[in-house]
Design a protein around this ligand. Structure first.
Ligand code: KG4
Ligand code: ZN
Length: 336
């Protein structure tokens, strides 16, 4: 069966074709350049971009996969969580295709799809279906969540951020330092420039309890804000702030992954989301999992940020597990 995946929850317009878990095409058009000067995504601009580009992205995805729209047997669309205006474009488009072709439609949770993205591509030996139960995590611009994943319909949320998401902290620190949007890639680059060993001791928040692994990044962001207000505004000092901030975020994530492994006793871990593009973070997580004897699943770089292949694969898995949505499918801003 061929599944058409559609993803428009934020600033990427993405369409993908997947056949029995195999990605045939994954097309993405991003409006990120239009948000640069604002230091964050402007919802109105993002949704307008989706309306303008979604049809051409679909055409390209069909072309790349060498398939016709009539080959599609299932439509999977991100319907939660996300920017309401952005979600609405993808969901309305998906409903129109489902109705026109007379094929079923499935609503997909974007955060869980990021977890499933860890199994996409050629680098990983097992599929998600073969790997349940496992510990799953999404580290993105909007969320920092950890789940215990029993099967595709049963993800138990065991930890989340109480304030800012990890990616959001990268974006806000970049804004404080005047480095533009998105913050993650540029902060990682600048941190890589810093060669000395004089880390600024930014705070590492410890939250959660014996059953939970909550995160908090807003205090760290505020610490950077106050530090930078009084700092010598040199490029070298900017590199040092980026390095010290990145170390603090990675320490917190690493510590919480360790805690989550201990709480759940999981021996497999899958992590996705834009922040997992970060090479220093990837290395640290690999090291942690090696030490703990945990099998690690990381997405290929092309599947870290928002894409529709993860939505299509997740939709296909849900469909196989008996889940059905209808044309009354709605959007949800928050996690459902
Ligand atoms: O998953 P994603 O594409 O969109 C959301 O669902 O939020 O994640 C985007 C986030 C942004 O906050 C961006 O700054 C962050 O991922 N990001 C990174 C890196 N590349 C992207 N954060 C840290 N290091 C990176 N290299
Ligand atoms: Zn995302």
């Amino acid at each position: 069966m061929i599944t058409l995946g559609i993803e428009t929850s934020c600033d990427e317009t993405a369409v993908s074709l997947v056949e029995d878990g195999r990605v045939l095409s994954s097309e993405i058009s991003s409006s990120v350049h239009l948000h640069f000067e604002y230091g964050g995504v402007v919802p109105e601009i993002a949704s307008r971009f989706h309306v303008e580009y979604i049809f051409s992205v679909l055409k390209k995805a069909l072309q790349d996969a060498r398939r016709d729209i009539k080959d599609v047997g299932l439509v999977a669309v991100t319907n939660r969580p996300g920017l309401p205006g952005s979600l609405l474009v993808g969901v309305s488009f998906a409903k129109a295709i489902s109705l026109a072709l007379g094929v079923p439609i499935i609503g997909v949770d974007h955060l869980k799809a990021h977890v499933i993205s860890a199994f996409l591509g050629d680098v990983n030996s097992k599929t998600a279906e073969e790997s349940f139960p496992f510990l799953g995590m999404v580290i993105s611009g909007g969320h920092t969540n950890i789940y215990y994943c029993r099967n595709i319909k049963d993800f138990d949320l065991i930890g989340r951020t109480r304030d800012d998401a990890a990616g959001e902290a990268f974006d806000k620190v970049a804004k404080i330092l005047g480095l533009g949007y998105p913050g993650g890639p540029v902060v990682e680059d600048r941190a890589g420039n810093y060669r000395q060993n004089e880390e600024i001791g930014f705070p590492r928040a410890v939250c959660g309890d014996k059953d939970h692994v909550d995160f908090s990044f807003s205090g760290l962001k505020t610490a950077v804000l106050y530090y930078w207000r009084d700092a010598a505004k040199t490029e070298a000092e900017k590199d040092r702030v980026c390095f010290s901030f990145q170390q603090a975020v990675i320490d917190v994530i690493d510590k919480n992954i360790y805690h989550a492994i201990k709480i759940t006793g999981a021996d497999r871990f899958a992590v996705g989301g834009g922040v997992i593009n970060n090479n220093v973070l990837r290395e640290r997580i690999m090291e942690r999992c090696r030490e703990e004897g945990v099998e690690l699943y990381l997405p290929e770089k092309r599947y870290c940020a928002d894409n529709a292949a993860m939505s299509a694969v997740m939709g296909e898995m849900l469909y196989r597990a008996g889940e059905r949505s209808s044309l009354y499918l709605n959007t949800q801003r928050r996690v459902g």
